[in-house]
Design a protein around this ligand. Structure first.
Ligand code: SF4
Ligand SMILES: [Zn+2]
Length: 458
């Protein structure tokens, strides 16, 4: 599943084979294309494309290059088109102080007017900004966006620009330029930014990726960009496609069905199981307090799934999965009986390794004697220490239990190490956390240690 969030199929470069390009993209896994309007003719053509093709949507806007020719009637046309049921955003609007094809004052006033319209219609906005990031952001801050936010198309700023865009509710969309040789800085930025901020675009016919440079771009060429993002983020290409498609659906409401209450979800080559939304901590950074979505999955559970439901979600466990992980939006050991039953099924039926990602509250939840029930069923444990300091643990994790909770987690880890082949403790790379102290603790406990990024679950 892929969405090209920014394409210009109405342009003359596609005159000869427009419909073929559309069909080809759908054959290659695209589920939606968003054709971006630039001027009155382009908006009209984009609207027509969306009306003729179920999976094509469009946006209504005036590109900064085109605003020099716009009349009052054109503005009326843009505004009416923006209310069309398949018009998913206002734009492409913004500032281009690189080419300055339209006078700057006109670009600024047209940009302001389109931002106002997006707010009025509660639609997202597609922004073009070239050599004008500071002015673009200043105007956005003054006027504000609708609650829907928007996208900085063909993002080419630095990391601070990204942070400033994110603070305004803007996604960033990436395409061919990410693959260009000189774009090392952009690739470094992509490594750092959260996945839920990312969208894919071609900007076709422009900006073909490196191996196709100089040729007319089209959606199927995006595979080169997907492969690169997967490499930069340490994910599979399927992960990148799913995550960016979910992001596009959330931003533009394209009618793509994102399954809800996901129980089993692959990330890279592990199959994760989401068996509860209950937890005995309330970590301030926990993703489940901020959003339903994790790496493109909706993990919010309306109910706690039964063993049968979990086993059904596992299906035949295709051979590409090298392990099954109990993780998800809560603490899996809260449901120890169900967890053990499913783990036993996985071991007997599929003979695959089983891991639990846990907060380590086992001894606070269950009789210590029950630890041995994990023996032979669980191959590895990843325990979130977060910190090596008991006071700080209380502040970061807000545990439900009284007393020295971290001490209990330490004790559990020590005992678990005796019966579980691989035990890893993790800590957060927060400035206030003493990572060295956690690493030292890991050495004392003779377990592995891993640093975890905040907001990067799974
Ligand atoms: S332990 Fe994990 S699931 Fe529980 S609140 Fe903390 S981050 Fe969330
Ligand atoms: Zn464009």
């Amino acid at each position: 599943m892929l969405v090209d969030t920014h394409i210009h199929l109405d342009l003359k470069e596609f005159k000869a084979d427009r419909q073929d390009v559309i069909e080809r993209s759908f054959k290659e896994g695209f589920v939606r294309l968003i054709n971006v309007g630039l001027n009155p003719q382009s908006i009209a053509a984009s609207k027509k494309l969306a009306e003729d093709n179920e999976q094509v949507y469009f946006t209504s806007g005036f590109h900064p290059h085109d605003v020099k020719n716009i009349t009052a009637a054109d503005w009326h046309f843009l505004e009416v088109a923006a209310e069309h049921p398949k018009a998913v955003a206002v734009g492409e609007t913004g500032l281009d102080f690189y080419r300055n094809i339209s006078p700057r004052e006109l670009q600024i006033s047209a940009f302001r007017r389109q931002l106002e319209l997006a707010k009025k219609l509660n639609k997202p906005v597609v922004i073009h900004s070239r050599d004008a990031m500071a002015d673009t952001l200043k105007i956005i801050r003054e006027i504000g966006l609708s609650e829907r936010g928007g996208v900085m198309h063909c993002f080419s700023g630095n990391y601070d620009d990204f942070l400033a865009c994110a603070a305004q509710g803007l996604h960033i969309s990436l395409g061919g330029p990410l693959t260009y040789r000189r774009n090392d800085e952009l690739r470094e930025i992509v490594k750092k930014i959260p996945l839920d901020a990312l969208l894919l675009e071609t900007d076709a016919p422009y900006l073909a990726p490196q191996s196709k440079r100089g040729r007319r771009n089209e959606p199927v060429f995006l595979s080169e960009v997907v492969a690169l993002i997967a490499e930069l983020k340490g994910l599979s290409e399927a992960d990148v496609k799913r995550i960016t498609t979910t992001n596009a659906e959330k931003l533009f409401s394209l009618g793509i069905n994102i399954p809800s209450e996901t129980i089993a979800y692959p990330i890279r080559n592990s199959l994760y199981l989401n068996i509860t939304s209950k937890c005995t901590n309330s970590c301030f950074f926990c993703v489940r307090f901020q959003k339903d979505l994790l790496k493109g999955y909706n993990l919010f559970l309306e109910h706690e799934p039964t063993v049968e439901e979990i086993i059904r979600a596992l299906g035949d466990l295709p051979s590409q999965y090298k392990e099954v992980v109990f993780c998800g939006y809560g603490e899996p050991t809260v449901r120890l009986d169900e967890l053990l039953e499913v783990a036993r099924y996985v071991k007997e039926r599929f003979k695959k390794p089983v891991r639990i990602n846990t907060n380590g509250h086992f001894y606070l939840l269950h009789d210590k004697k029950r630890l041995k029930e994990l023996q032979g069923l669980i191959d590895s444990l990843s325990i979130s220490f977060n910190t090596a300091d008991s006071e700080q643990y209380r502040k970061i994790c807000l545990p439900r239990f009284e007393g020295d909770v971290l001490q209990s987690v330490i004790e559990f880890s020590k005992d678990a190490k005796e019966i579980i082949p691989q035990v890893t403790i993790t800590a957060l790379n927060l400035p206030e956390v003493d990572l060295k102290a956690v690493a030292t603790l890991a050495r004392e406990l003779k377990v592995h240690f891993r640093r975890r990024k905040i907001n990067e679950a799974g």
